[in-house]
Design a protein around this ligand. Structure first.
Ligand code: PEP
Ligand code: MG
Length: 313
């Protein structure tokens, strides 16, 4: 879209024919949330809590955590919404008090929700802190876990979140979860696709390896196919399925994601206006054609070209 159209876009996001899509910001702490909240976003679809802890030697107390989370909840207030992700330490995000030393293959190791298995109380204290922050701020955050691979993990997590009166979801970052999204949706209130890791694990290509950028591309047909399976499961279940990886920040891809049935897109703040403006230019029908075209393409370049073509018709 033209610079003028992008700058003039004020939200909330709708397709040209009025289908609402939540356009949300990814945030790391109270300061980034306050900055994001100045813009035309409906909230945050990804609060990466581990970023509050990267430079901490010890686990913050429940009260201290509640203050950190409360700052984000306060920034968005009671009329917008926030999805808090529980600790996603490990792999590319080492947290001193949680991650294991010397893992041979940390991306496939004890990271995300897996850290809570051998670390009794870590997740429970974080959930207590989130519940306390919710109470202190009078808000109702949604809570999701990263790196979930089995339905059992989803069930156990959701029970703990619901025990505290909050909505529970899991991230779809592992192909096992995308493939069986319909079963996961029997256990949780929502799903959120992390396309950065979903791409890494689908293509077996390290997301940090610049030599593999052609593989770590969310336009890869296999990644799009898994996103489509997940979105379709959400439609069938009548439950929200969002995307919070970098794919959501690509205005072209965003149209195809919405066409697949994705209900929210959470992204770096800089992408909010370009994505919102783009969605405002296309009907839901066109988004569905864009999705079909992307899914039928043989490689990322063909998928991009096919979506461009679908949007120009
Ligand atoms: C993702 O994997 O797409 C995601 C949103 O999580 P992170 O980038 O923090 O791993
Ligand atoms: Mg991830």
């Amino acid at each position: 879209e033209s610079r003028a159209v992008i700058e003039a876009w004020t939200g909330p996001a709708r397709t040209a024919d009025g289908t609402p899509v939540k356009v949300l910001a990814n945030v790391a702490d109270g300061a980034s949330a306050a900055k994001a909240a100045e813009g035309p976003v409906e909230g945050s679809g990804l609060f990466r809590t581990e970023l509050c802890f990267l430079n901490r030697k010890d686990e913050p107390s429940v009260e201290e955590q509640a203050d950190l989370y409360g700052a984000v909840l306060t920034a968005f207030g009671t009329d917008r919404y926030v999805v808090i992700r529980t600790l996603d330490a490990g792999s590319d995000k080492p947290v001193a008090f949680a991650t294991l030393e010397g893992e041979e293959n940390p991306a496939l190791g004890v990271r995300g929700l897996r850290l809570s298995f051998g670390n009794p109380g870590l997740l429970e204290r974080q959930l207590d802190a989130i519940a306390l922050a919710a109470k202190n701020t009078g808000t109702q955050p949604w809570v999701m876990a990263p790196m979930v691979a089995t339905v059992d993990e989803a069930r156990t997590f959701a029970e703990q979140v619901r025990d505290r009166g909050l909505k529970a979801g899991v991230m779809v970052e592992v192909p096992s979860t995308a493939l069986l999204a319909h079963r996961f949706l029997e256990e949780v209130d929502f799903l959120s696709i992390g396309t950065n890791d979903l791409t890494q694990y689908t293509m077996a290509a390290d997301r940090m390896a610049s030599d593999l950028a052609h593989l770590t591309d969310p336009w890869q047909p296999a990644v799009l196919a898994l996103v489509a399976i997940t979105a379709e499961a959400g439609k069938q279940a009548g439950k929200p399925v969002g995307v919070c990886g970098e794919a959501a920040a690509d205005p072209l891809l965003a149209t195809a994601l919405v066409g697949m049935g994705i209900t929210s897109l959470s992204m770096a703040v800089a992408a909010v206006k370009p994505v919102g403006a783009q969605l405002g230019q296309v009907s839901m029908d066109t988004c569905e054609h864009a999705a079909e075209a992307a899914l039928a393409a043989r490689d990322p370049a063909a998928a991009r070209a096919a979506v461009r073509e679908a949007l120009s018709r």
